[in-house]
Design a protein. Structure first.
Length: 718
């Protein structure tokens, strides 16, 4: 509650009366995660955001409050595009405009030169941070970037920006304002009030003020209701965790380190290793099995086989957006659309013409893509395919069976451009072990590489003739249309070792290829030539995620169920396998494995392993009050509301409000999931090792548990 009381004191600084109400407004998304910003902002949009940020900073500065942690993660957007400046956990009240602060706090990328030098600072330090935010809006790049904190401080003090602002896109007034905010001399930086008086804002300030007033009045407009009690807030607690299984592990294994500020955002499985990208855009890798010698695919600078997730230090300071794993190498893409590779270069998969040897132990930047920004990368066992922002396709590595789509079977150790059929615009690429799929913007599917067992879906059987599969296509070296999928608008492709799954725009799941272990999910183990649309357990369901491994399939649905089917050997399905005649029974019909309370943001299967991100909805409660407000002085404020505020202060910024309708609760260093105010149902069958603990803890009060286990509030971080 320390941060709550601190925020109340700061609010009291802005008026001379006691606070009688606390109003909590939940923003729709984090400012830096707004999808509209993925391709940059127009000048008028930048001015709109700048005006609101400057007005907010001017307001708190007028009240004598120094924010000290202004950054994109602490700027939020409502659904109506209104800016909210949040997270005052590091804020400080200054006595006057001439007062100074000296504590070194904040986020390194937004620290001012005076903070880096350890000297006293004032409100102008916030202006520097505003300049960094504005710079990011104009360039979609951090103002200062480095591989380690010391190098970052040097660049900040020297004023070495990552790039120059494009004067062909933005006005000179706007660019000049950015550089004034980033002046090395604090005295030369403008105040927040002076920023509002700059021509770029003053020319349209009246219009902007009217727009803000109109949007705010729309939010405050009362709604008619026949209910006597007014809903104050709906609080839903979620826990995001990472699980993996396979390779002899028959039940899901939880990775405890991926929680709180290190929650996972993206996962990928390779033949020998796993990779995870966190919400802080950091990359973690570790080996699947112990004892196996690594060849650099972990990127830690050595050949050690790390059994626990470890951050790739060489990429520290680089915001990783996506990662893809091959058999023994790894590729990743940054927010700046740069690509890094590391691991085995035996087939040329690292893409540097074998100049660094057969084993590249640390991430290496591919200069080839410096002028070709990468949108997406996908890795097969021994080949790589990259899609650029301009829509071009490049492939390299092993060319056997034509998996590179270069009209040959040659290997290439550097990126080669793939010829795309005329009129086709590729939207995404998906590599299988020895094949590649290309998805167009209209949902059509092209493929190249091995069509063994019809895993590309290219074979067309002859209808009406029993046991006559028709002419088979063993492989194709050029991009070939998968005609059997042409009647669907495909949204996602999941290639496996011997079979493939796809999801269309209606959430229907379809499979094709080998069915030896029942991995097609059609209740039998027979050969099927065509594309199979899965009904059964998926009837009426919207499938959101699917991934295929070696003879098995894992899928997740919109109603938070997870299904598994196919080869159950060595724990592939994440459940204890039934035995029949001394071996595991392979279910040919999809079985639910996690119950109905688990959402899957990301999922990846490879070989006999699976890794996924799982969100559990722990509790949902509506707080109601018969009065118009909650009085702190009279002690009527809801304890659950205090807990809600505690959750917001501690975790909302870290998790970047992944879903604006829900507030994620913090993870303590101890096992804090077990106390629930609402018991689990019997459908929550997994994870098995937690079931007894969850049932035993059902009905306990979450707040009472926290207060008793931590009466001094030590679990709240300032």
């Amino acid at each position: 509650l320390f941060l709550l009381l601190k925020n109340i004191r700061l609010l009291n600084c802005q008026n001379n009366q006691m606070i009688t109400k606390i109003i909590i407004r939940i923003p729709s998304c984090s400012f830096c995660r707004n999808p509209a910003h993925s391709c940059g902002c127009r000048s008028q949009v930048v001015v709109w955001y700048l005006y609101q940020i400057a007005a907010a900073v001017a307001h708190i500065h007028k009240a004598g409050v120094l924010h000290r942690d202004i950054k994109t993660l602490n700027i939020f957007l409502t659904k109506t595009n209104l800016i909210k400046l949040g997270d005052y956990g590091l804020a400080k009240k200054l006595g006057s405009e001439y007062s100074m602060a000296e504590s070194c706090v904040g986020t390194p990328y937004y620290m001012s030169p005076e903070l880096c030098q350890g000297v006293k600072y004032n409100f102008k330090s916030d202006i520097w941070a505003m300049g960094c935010v504005l710079f990011e809006l104009l360039t979609l790049t951090r103002t200062f970037d480095a591989t380690n904190p010391l190098n970052l401080c040097v660049k900040i003090v020297q004023g070495n920006w990552t790039m120059e602002i494009n004067s062909d896109v933005y006005t000179s007034d706007l660019i000049k304002l950015v550089y004034e905010c980033l002046d090395q001399d604090p005295e030369k930086r403008p105040t927040a009030e002076q920023i509002l008086e700059q021509p770029v804002i003053s020319r349209v300030r009246v219009e902007l003020e009217e727009r803000v007033a109109a949007l705010n009045s729309a939010i405050k407009k009362p709604k008619l209701s026949t209910v006597t009690e007014t809903p104050v807030a709906v609080v839903t607690t979620r826990s995001r965790e990472v699980y993996f299984w396979g390779g002899g592990k028959f039940t899901p294994q939880k990775l405890d380190m991926f929680k709180g500020g290190s929650s996972a955002q993206h996962v990928c499985a390779g033949e020998t290793h796993f990779a995870v990208v966190t919400v802080e855009k950091e990359l973690y890798t570790w080996s699947v099995q112990g004892g196996a010698k690594m060849v650099g695919q972990l990127g830690h600078g050595d050949q050690a086989s790390y059994r626990q997730p470890r951050r790739v230090e060489r990429l520290q300071g680089k915001a990783i957006r996506q990662v893809s794993c091959g058999a023994d190498f790894t590729a990743c893409v940054t927010d700046e659309d740069q690509m890094y590779m590391f691991g085995s270069d035996y087939y040329g998969c690292v893409g540097v013409e074998n100049e660094l040897g057969m084993e590249v132990l640390e991430p290496v930047l591919l200069d080839f893509f410096q002028e070709r920004p990468v949108r997406q990368v996908s890795c097969g066992d021994n080949h790589v395919v990259a899609l650029t922002r301009s829509g071009d396709i490049y492939s390299w590595g092993c060319g056997e069976h034509g998996r590179l789509g270069l009209d040959c079977e040659d290997d290439f150790s550097s990126p080669m451009q793939v010829e795309v059929p005329k009129g086709a615009v590729i939207d995404s690429v998906y590599c299988g072990s020895d094949c590649t799929f290309f998805l167009t913007e209209f949902g059509k599917v092209l493929a190249c590489g091995s069509n063994e067992l019809n895993k590309l879906g290219l074979n067309l059987g002859i209808t009406g003739i029993k046991n006559h599969p028709g002419e088979g296509i063993p492989y194709t070296t050029t991009l070939t249309l998968v005609k059997q999928l042409s009647r669907f608008k495909i949204q996602f492709i999941a290639p496996g070792k011997t079979h493939t799954a796809a999801i269309d725009e209606r959430g229907r799941l379809m499979t094709f290829g080998c069915n030896k272990f029942g991995q097609l999910g059609v209740k039998d183990f027979k050969k099927h030539q065509g594309v199979q649309i899965l009904v059964g357990p998926f009837g009426g369901k919207f499938v959101t995620k699917v991934s295929c491994g070696d003879g098995f399939t894992i899928a997740a649905t919109e109603d938070n169920q997870i299904f598994a089917w196919g080869n159950a050997g060595n724990g592939r399905l994440g459940m204890p396998a039934d035995k029949g005649f001394g071996s595991e029974v392979c279910p040919a019909l999809p079985r639910p494995i996690f119950g109905s309370l688990h959402h899957v943001p990301d999922l990846s299967c490879r070989g006999w392993h699976t890794i996924l991100i799982m969100e559990k909805v722990l509790n949902s409660k509506t707080i109601r009050s018969n009065s118009s407000g909650l009085s702190i002085a009279s002690g009527k404020i809801s304890l659950l509301l205090l807990l809600f505020i505690h959750a917001c202060v501690r975790s909302s910024v870290i998790l970047e409000l992944l879903d604006a309708e829900f507030i994620p609760m913090p993870d303590d260093s101890q096992d804090s999931i077990d106390p629930l105010t609402k018991p689990y149902t019997e459908s929550a069958t997994l994870p098995y090792e937690e079931l007894d603990q969850i049932k035993a803890a059902a009905g306990k009060s979450l707040l009472v548990h926290r207060l008793h286990s931590n009466p001094n509030g030590g679990g709240v971080s300032s």
